[in-house]
Design a protein around this ligand. Structure first.
Ligand SMILES: Cc1ncc(COP(=O)(O)O)c(C=O)c1O
Length: 373
């Protein structure tokens, strides 16, 4: 008999919320018009696109015209990094980021290095947090951009963004944060955070894959990645998908209510307590005990291999390292940057809970873990 399927990989992707798919349906079935056209067929698509922009702006606390639609988190990050570099390179060639960013930040940085950029990769402490003083020390007269993720996808650690953004502003340096993992889980008000650019990814917040957005503060100039007609105020060419925009907009409207996270946090904490009572000092928590996403539990089964445990955890979807680049058996760069010992880090499994997770599910996973270990 196959075991009950349990999904604990919400940081990799979320199911589309039924309210989101319902909002999208008319744009799949009927409203096909090009939002840029001037006739009757365009009107519903154009109106929906702008309503969605407003819903995204509302969750970020920004103006509607500061939201640029993209194909997802990766594109938003690429647009932020390359867009700023191409506009500002004559004034400076230095970018500061961290060692624990998602590949959608690390790889554009490597690309820009090949074009002559100098990149500083800030270290993190054992909990995965950046020290704002390290940022202060890394700034040079040539620094044009700082990019520090809001919350880490693997261990859930939340960075001191407000403080880091304040330091950047004191030096007139633009500040970007990759908030792909944080929208809908913790507050993401761009003015509260003090950021100039912020990336979001639809499929991490119950919208479909293939859509995201970049917040670009008024006055910040970006070179587009995709040149063409003047869509998105000249920042991203290509006919907008009202269908996907409506999905992201509705998901952002739902994400403004953070109260479902109280239940998720309680379940996550309960799961951790249950694992502790079963495994005692044979497990270790990776990440920060308090500055952490409410849904993420990265736990190491010491001396074991996380991927092997997952394989035997029949029917349980979770991940080792990051699902975006799984399949390799080596210590994740995030855990390595946190100086987690190899015999601990190799045994890491990331469980990420979501709106659909139940108490029965986490108990069942704990039981299955006990049975196989
Ligand atoms: C922190 C972070 N940034 C960026 C991305 C990439 O987003 P997308 O899959 O929408 O391109 C992810 C997805 O795993 C992520 O976790």
């Amino acid at each position: 008999m196959t075991a009950q399927r349990i999904y604990l990989d919400y940081n990799a992707s979320t199911p589309v919320d039924p309210a989101v798919s319902a909002a999208m349906m008319p744009f799949l079935a009927d409203h096909f018009g090009n939002p840029s056209s001037g006739h009757w067929a365009a009107a519903p698509a154009k109106a929906a696109l702008e309503r969605a922009r407003g819903q995204i702006a509302a969750v970020l606390g920004c103006e509607d015209d500061e939201v640029v639609f993209t194909s997802g988190g990766s594109e938003a990050n690429n647009l932020a990094l390359k867009g700023v570099f191409f506009v500002r390179r004559s004034g400076g060639d230095h970018i500061i980021t961290t060692r624990i960013e998602h590949p959608a930040i690390i790889e554009p940085c490597r690309f820009l290095e090949r074009l002559g950029a100098r990149i500083t990769y800030l270290p993190v402490d054992g909990f995965g947090r950046v020290d704002p003083d390290d940022l202060r020390r890394a700034i040079t007269p040539h620094t044009i951009l700082v990019s520090i993720m809001h919350a880490n996808n693997e261990v859930g650690t939340i960075q001191p963004i407000e403080e880091c953004a304040r330091i950047a502003r004191e030096h007139d340096i633009l500040f970007h944060t990759d908030a792909a993992q944080s929208v809908g889980k913790i507050a993401t008000d761009v003015n509260g955070l003090g950021v100039d650019l912020l990336s979001i990814a639809g499929h991490k917040l119950y919208a479909p894959k293939g859509v995201g957005a970049l917040f670009v503060r008024r006055g910040v100039q970006l070179e587009p990645l995709i040149h063409g007609a003047g869509h998105e105020s000249g920042r991203r060419a290509g006919t907008e998908s009202a269908l996907l925009a409506v999905g992201l907009g509705k998901a952002c409207e739902l994400a403004r209510d953070l109260s479902p996270m109280d239940r998720v946090r309680a379940l996550r904490d309960r799961f951790w307590r249950e694992l502790q009572s079963r495994f005692g000092n044979r497990i270790a928590l990776n990440g920060h005990p308090t500055h952490c996403l409410p849904n993420t539990l990265n736990v190491s089964f010491i001396g074991r291999v996380g991927a092997e445990i997952l394989e035997r955890l029949d029917g349980v979807a979770a991940s080792t390292g990051s699902a975006c680049h799984s399949g390799r058996i080596e210590l994740s760069p995030v855990l390595a940057a946190m100086s987690v010992a190899p015999e601990v880090g190799m045994g890491a499994i990331r469980f990420s809970l979501g709106r659909g997770t139940t108490r029965e599910e986490i108990h069942a996973v704990a039981e299955r873990l006990s049975a196989i270990l």
